[in-house]
Design a protein around this ligand. Structure first.
Ligand SMILES: Cc1cc2nc3c(=O)[nH]c(=O)nc-3n(C[C@H](O)[C@H](O)[C@H](O)COP(=O)(O)OP(=O)(O)OC[C@H]3O[C@@H](n4cnc5c(N)ncnc54)[C@H](O)[C@@H]3O)c2cc1C
Length: 366
């Protein structure tokens, strides 16, 4: 193999890295165990930050991805007072984030990988032994080992599309309930406005909830979300197990882990792929600093990458984990802390702006 970088996993993380390296003049080869194009059937709907949009523009794929801007985010919690609103206009950005289909993201990345002439071998599992100066693991999962941190929240996500009685006007809703958060992400489909739903449920009940008939599922969803948006029809459901799995050290001997292979997060704050993209852009910058004239597996270079990413990575993982733990129970003192927190955010614009910018750009947002 002549390419200095070997990427195991041709999902969105692996393909985005190959494109970022290509921009910097570093050649890579992707291998994926599945047939090419399989990632395009990913049913998830993602909320991506403004910072991610800028990265995808840099990779030349943004214009090919249908997307819905989020202009307002409404956060509330069940069983207590307090709510907060974040608005794009207050942050002087065109949108706080964008909603798009993971399948469309994969299709645009795949098209760009082909156009750039990047080698992609499908139906090929990773070889047992290293075949390049640097192996990047983008397999989308973390095997058990001593070097990982895990937490089982006992929650699964049930996702589906839903129509509402009123237009969404670009508003995303996040409601925390003792059974887990519920998110409504605005999306414009061919038939008009819809919401992509992420309903977090206790793990043991998730399959049963997903299998409810449409009218009972809609009623349960409405009950969990509350009356702020009247939901009308719901589409087919899919279940995703949730948990926290983090590789403490994302670099090793001539190896780097990116995307879900580096950290798998709860989707509550929609941070998984956003964090992955920030890692990817920094990794590509680090490896292309010397115009490809360096050894990409050089331990000093990999240590530099890990150091540059430490703060944002720890902050984003801690923020996501903290949100799930703080908001996923009904202990009365916590109800007041949560209500007070949301109220304080609402009354104190700098704190709200801090949170909005962190979600848009990561630790460097401020
Ligand atoms: C319900 C839900 C909602 C989410 N919402 C958001 C959101 O709003 N915003 C956000 O930023 N993130 C969100 N995420 C996270 C986001 O979906 C992930 O960060 C992203 O899909 C990870 O992409 P990846 O390329 O790392 O992994 P994957 O998409 O899993 O790709 C891994 C690839 O590696 C291949 N592979 C696996 N093993 C091997 C092997 N041994 N050899 C070769 N190839 C192999 C696979 O075939 C696959 O193509 C959400 C996640 C969930 C579960």
């Amino acid at each position: 193999m002549s390419e200095p970088v070997f990427i195991v996993g041709g999902g969105p993380a692996g393909m985005a890295l190959a494109l970022a390296l290509h921009r910097g003049g570093v050649a890579s080869r992707i291998v994926d165990a599945r047939p090419r194009g399989a990632a395009q059937s990913d049913a998830r709907i993602l909320a991506l930050s403004h910072g991610s949009r800028l990265s995808l523009e840099m990779l030349g794929v943004w214009q090919d991805i249908p997307h819905q801007p989020i202009t307002t985010i409404h956060v509330s919690h069940q069983g207590g007072l307090g709510r907060t609103l974040m608005r794009a206009a207050e942050e002087n950005v065109p949108a706080l984030g964008y909603v798009l289909a993971a399948g469309d993201l994969a299709a645009a990345l795949d098209q760009a990988v082909t156009a750039a002439g990047i080698a992609y071998q499908d139906n090929t599992p990773a070889p047992e032994q290293a075949v390049a100066l640097l192996t990047v693991h983008a397999e989308g999962r973390i095997e058990d080992s001593e070097n990982i941190r895990t937490h089982d929240y006992g929650q699964h996500a049930v996702i589906c599309m839903a129509s509402a009685a009123t237009p969404h006007r670009g508003t995303a809703w996040e409601r925390f309930t003792p059974a887990g958060p519920v998110a409504l992400l605005p999306l414009s489909c061919q038939g008009g406005d819809e919401y992509a739903i992420v309903l977090t449920c206790p793990a043991a009940a998730s399959e049963e909830i997903a299998a409810l008939d449409d009218s009972r599922f809609r009623a349960l969803l409405q009950e969990r979300f509350g009356p702020r948006v009247k939901l009308m029809g719901v589409g087919p459901r899919r279940v995703y197990p949730l948990g926290l799995r983090v590789r403490r050290q994302p670099v090793g001997d001539r190896a780097v882990w990116i995307g879900n292979a580096a950290q798998t997060l709860h989707p509550v704050a929609g941070q998984g792929f956003n964090l992955a993209l920030r890692d990817i852009m920094e990794l590509a910058d680090t490896l292309t600093d010397a115009n490809g004239a360096i050894d990409p597996g050089d331990p000093a270079l990999l240590a530099r990458y890990a150091a540059r990413r430490r703060l944002d990575r720890a902050g984003t993982i801690g923020f996501t984990d903290g949100l799930v733990r703080l908001f996923s129970n009904a202990i009365p003192p916590l109800l007041h802390v949560r209500g007070a927190g949301l109220l304080a955010l609402d009354l104190f614009p700098p704190a709200r702006s801090f949170l909005a910018r962190r979600m848009m750009f990561g630790a460097r947002g401020w």
